[in-house]
Write a protein that binds this ligand. Structure first.
Ligand code: CA2
Length: 152
């Protein structure tokens, strides 16, 4: 099974600042972790990062088409700050009809009030927050469990 791992704005800066919040791992470390977690579970991931909302929306649309063609189980998505602002990403996920697992490295609910609302959560198949970068592994595992259960 194939999974798309998407990271949104500023996540390319992981490991360079705010280690108390996000840890010391870089985006390359996160992507390597996702590749090995998927391989251990007999699956494959493709990892992409963008700082641009429209690019992320285009990738969600393409992922929806791949899902309908039976080529993609779903998306593990850390949309960064777009989580809290983007009705457009909400609409794209809803319209794409594929399972999206929302991930946040930090526990957004223990932080500033503006991080408490997510436009993605109502259209997500599952949510993982506050487990550091292990959250990506938990999300991959959960998405595969859902996909395999749905396939019977
Ligand atoms: O906890 C998460 O994973 C977040 O999605 C990370 C976003 C933040 O806006 C969300 O509220 C929660 C920010 C990612 C920015 O990461 C940086 C890492 C190092 C230096 C600067 C930014």
């Amino acid at each position: 099974m194939n999974i798309l791992v998407l990271n949104g704005p500023n996540l390319n800066l992981l490991g360079t600042r705010e280690p108390a919040v996000y840890g010391h791992a870089t985006l390359a470390d996160v992507e390597a972790l996702c590749h090995s977690a998927a391989a251990e579970r007999g699956a494959e991931v493709e990892c992409r990062q963008s700082n641009h909302e429209g690019v992320l929306i285009d990738w969600v649309h393409a992922a929806g088409a791949a899902h309908r063609a039976g080529l993609l189980a779903g998306i593990v998505f850390n949309a960064g700050a777009y989580t809290h602002t983007s009705v457009a990403l909400h609409d794209a996920i809803k319209g794409s009809g594929l399972p999206v697992i929302e991930v946040h490295i930090s526990n957004v609910h223990a932080r500033e009030a503006f991080r408490h609302h997510s436009w993605l959560s109502p259209v997500a198949a599952g949510i993982v927050v506050g487990f550091g970068i292990d959250g990506y592994v938990l999300a991959i595992d959960g998405l595969l469990r859902k996909a395999r259960a749905a396939a019977g």
